[in-house]
Design a protein around this ligand. Structure first.
Ligand SMILES: Nc1nc2c(ncn2[C@@H]2O[C@H](COP(=O)(O)OP(=O)(O)O)[C@@H](O)[C@H]2O)c(=O)[nH]1
Ligand SMILES: Nc1ncnc2c1ncn2[C@@H]1O[C@H](COP(=O)(O)OP(=O)(O)O)[C@@H](O)[C@H]1O
Length: 223
C-alpha cells in the first residue's frame, strides 16, 4: 500500500515568513490540498458568521483564537478529505493544537520557514490579500498586474486589519511564546525540516527538492 499512501504535511513559520506564498507553489507543483486556518477564519469574518464575529476582535488584536475553537474547525475540514493528501498552513500554532492533530492523524513532515523577524515586519505592512482565495501579493515582491486587483478574478484586494505595525509586533510575540514550542514538539518526533533564508525565491528550490524526495508521483492527489 505504500505507493498510494496519503501524504500529510504542515507548513510553519512566523507571520509573514511566506507560508501562503510557498503553499501556493506546493499545491501547484504537488497537488496537495491546501488548508489555511487564517483563510478559514477570514472567510467566517467576511460572511459575518457567529464564529467569525466572535473571533474578529481576537485576530485584530494579534492574539490567537482559542485552541478548542480552531482545532474543532480544522479537524472537521480534515475529516471531509480523508482520502486526500494535504498541507496544513497556520495550524497547529500551539502544543495543545499539535496534540489534538496528533490524536487524529500522523503528520509525515513539517516544513519550517525560518525567516528573520526584521525581514518579516517590512513585508507585512505591504501585503495585499484577495480574501475569497487567500492569494497574497506584495507591492515590492509580487505586485498584482493591475494595482489593487486580483490577477485571476479582477476582484479588489484588501489590506488585512491585523497587518498594522503594532499588531504585527503582537503576532510575532505570540509566535515566540506559543508557537515556537510546537517546533520543538515536531523536532522531537523527527519530522521537522527547517529552511532558512530571507527570500522566498531562494528558499523555494530547497523545499521543492525536499518534497520531490519525500513525495513520489504516486502519493499525489489526482488533479
Ligand atoms: N519582499 C518579499 N516579500 C515576500 C517574499 N516572499 C513573500 N513575500 C510577501 O510577504 C508577505 C507575506 O507572505 P505570506 O506568504 O502571506 O506569509 P505568511 O503570513 O507566512 O502566510 C506577502 O505580501 C508576500 O507577497 C520575499 O521573498 N520577498
Ligand atoms: N491555529 C491557530 N490558532 C489560533 N489562532 C489562529 C490560528 N490560525 C490563525 N489564527 C488567527 O488568525 C490570525 C491570522 O493567521 P494567518 O492568516 O495564519 O496569518 P499569518 O501567518 O500571517 O500570521 C492569527 O494572528 C490568529 O489570530
Amino acid at each position: 500500500m505504500s505507493l498510494h499512501r496519503i501524504f500529510r504535511a504542515v507548513i510553519m513559520g512566523p507571520p509573514g515568513s511566506g507560508k501562503g506564498t510557498v503553499s501556493a507553489r506546493i499545491t501547484k507543483t504537488f497537488g496537495l490540498k491546501h488548508i489555511s486556518s487564517g483563510d478559514i477564519l477570514r472567510a467566517n469574518i467576511n460572511a459575518k458568521t457567529e464564529l467569525g464575529l466572535l473571533m474578529k476582535s481576537c485576530i485584530d488584536q494579534g492574539q490567537l483564537v482559542p485552541d478548542d475553537v480552531i482545532s474543532r474547525l480544522i479537524l472537521r475540514d480534515l475529516r471531509a478529505m480523508e482520502q486526500n493528501s494535504w498541507l496544513l498552513d497556520g495550524f497547529p500554532r500551539t502544543v495543545s493544537q499539535a496534540e489534538a492533530l496528533d490524536d487524529a492523524y500522523t503528520v509525515d513532515t513539517v516544513i519550517n520557514l525560518n525567516v528573520p523577524f526584521q525581514t518579516i515586519k517590512e513585508r507585512l505592512t505591504s501585503r495585499w490579500t484577495h480574501l475569497p482565495s487567500g492569494r497574497v501579493y506584495n507591492t515590492d515582491f509580487n505586485p498584482p498586474k493591475v494595482p489593487g486587483l486580483d490577477d485571476v478574478t479582477g476582484e479588489p484586494l484588501v489590506q488585512r486589519d491585523d497587518d498594522t505595525p503594532g499588531t504585527v509586533t503582537r503576532r510575532l510575540k505570540s509566535y515566540e511564546t506559543q508557537t515556537e514550542p510546537v517546533l520543538e514538539y515536531y523536532r522531537s518526533k523527527g519530522v521537522l525540516q527547517t529552511f532558512s533564508g530571507t527570500e522566498t525565491n531562494k528558499i523555494w528550490p530547497h523545499v521543492e527538492a525536499f518534497l520531490h524526495r519525500k513525495l513520489p508521483t504516486a502519493n499525489r492527489n489526482v488533479a
